[in-house]
Design a protein around this ligand. Structure first.
Ligand code: IMP
Length: 426
């Protein structure tokens, strides 16, 4: 069992990009298994920032091959742009990057409908407007266009004709105009041609890798609380972001997976609408936003910030079967003299250890206050290097959720990391 899943344990933006980038040198293959260009994985290498939306964060390591699995939804123009941006930095993707021919294509009208719906509802869900929801709707309705279709102009055109027909009334109702099938077919056939060498049977590559006893890192997007089934529905994304999504999204079985590592920020953030029990709408929340540069890497929106929520994290440990947690952005908490962690919720006078799916917006957080620290952390390389109060904070997380903490990220750069170890070793 040589596959390890890396999954967001909160509401996304936990720092999965950095952790996957740190783990990638230990892996032969990195596979992205869900979501699309709604994700923004920020990598900082040598002080230089790079944001990847679709290509797995492992691409920066020359010996690592990368696959984008069938569970994802692909905006081919974004994919091509990322290949070009990497090329400009001297990172060659040729022969080491493949996207599944079964991954669904995000079409121009998916983005249009996503935006029109958001505008009409006054941004109720607060989607990224990247067309993710409408694209997954097409997939489930069995009328989607897949990456393999881009390679056959006639098939593409006929699929687009049928697909657009289904959206016409929806677009009209929202006051939008759909582009013609002709227009989209021409543009997307060109994109298909440009990407021809990158489109193929990704699941076959993953299977061969498993049979060859290679080490595979399965890279999640978004987070557990944004998962369509395990999150705060309807304020969720449209895919299975949890570790279980890696099986269907990469084309493997559960027994191929050896462990699941959950990534969690040392505090909590959320972008878009929906319940957030530990949200801080005050000066402290703003301090976290400023110190943590909490602005969306895909949309630039300010992220909602709040205290660490051990109830949500406990849920993530359970539904992902986490074997370990990696804590990121611990250094951001250095700005605060005193820290609160939510250890349970109260609902109708009852203490809850796990989120009540339907009524998360009604719970009251029960807090415990912990002492902060004022020492700078980025030079810490192991848990023992951390100030005692920071060590106690980590220990409280472990005790509160019943899962050990491994890696601790203490700054944005690769080197600002404590207790990095081979994720395939255990
Ligand atoms: P969608 O995935 O664009 O449909 O957006 C649905 C919800 O998920 C919105 O609240 C978004 O802000 C949130 N979301 C989607 N992708 C991410 C992400 O990568 N990080 C954080 N939130 C996300």
């Amino acid at each position: 069992m040589s596959a390890v899943v890396v999954v967001g344990a909160q509401w996304g933006d936990e720092g999965k990009g950095k952790v996957v980038d740190l783990y990638a040198p230990y892996a032969d293959l990195v596979v992205r298994y869900a979501g699309g260009a709604n994700a923004g994985h920020t990598l900082v290498v040598g002080g230089e920032k790079l944001i990847l939306h679709l290509i797995p964060s492992g691409i920066l390591h020359e010996q690592t091959r990368c696959v984008v699995g069938q569970g994802t939804v692909i905006d081919p123009a974004v994919f091509l742009k990322e290949i070009e941006a990497l090329d400009e930095r001297g990172v060659s993707t040729e022969g080491r990057l493949l996207v599944s021919q079964r991954a669904h294509v995000v079409l121009p009208h998916h983005k249009l409908i996503d935006e029109l719906r958001e505008n009409k509802s006054g941004g109720a869900i607060g989607t990224t407007k990247r067309g993710i929801g409408p694209c997954y709707e097409d997939k489930v309705a069995r009328r989607g266009v897949r990456m393999g279709d881009l390679l056959d102009a006639a098939r593409l055109k006929s699929k687009l004709d049928a697909n657009l027909e289904c959206w016409r009334a929806v677009a009209e109702d929202l006051g939008g105009n759909l582009p013609s099938a002709q227009e989209i077919a021409a543009q997307y056939a060109d994109l298909g041609n440009a990407l021809r060498a990158y489109i193929g049977d990704a699941a076959k590559i993953v299977r061969a890798s498993i049979q060859g006893d290679e080490k595979i890192l399965l890279e999640g997007a978004q987070g557990t609380m944004l998962d369509i089934d395990n999150g705060t529905y309807p304020f969720v994304t449209s895919s299975n972001a949890v570790a279980g999504g890696a099986c269907a999204g990469a084309g493997i079985g559960p027994t191929d997976i050896g462990s699941a590592i959950g990534i969690a920020k040392a505090y909590t953030t959320r972008v878009g609408g929906g319940p957030f029990p530990t949200e801080l709408e005050d000066e402290t929340g703003q301090q976290l936003r400023d110190a943590g540069a909490e602005y969306g890497s895909t949309t630039g929106r300010p992220r909602r910030c709040g205290w660490l929520d051990l109830v949500a994290l406990r849920h993530a440990v359970a539904v992902n079967g986490l074997s370990e947690i990696a804590i990121t952005k611990l250094d951001v908490l250095t700005v605060l003299p005193e820290l609160k962690v939510c250890v349970a919720y109260e609902l109708d006078g009852e203490r809850l250890e796990y989120p009540p799916y339907e009524r998360v917006e009604d719970v009251k957080p029960i807090y415990e206050t912990l002492e902060g620290w004022d020492e700078e952390l980025p030079s810490c390389r192991s848990r023992e290097d951390l100030p005692p109060a920071a060590q106690r904070y980590i220990a409280r997380i472990e005790q509160g959720v019943g899962c050990k903490v491994g890696v601790v990220s203490v700054g944005p750069d690769r080197q600002d990391t404590a207790d990095l170890s081979d994720p395939f070793a255990s």
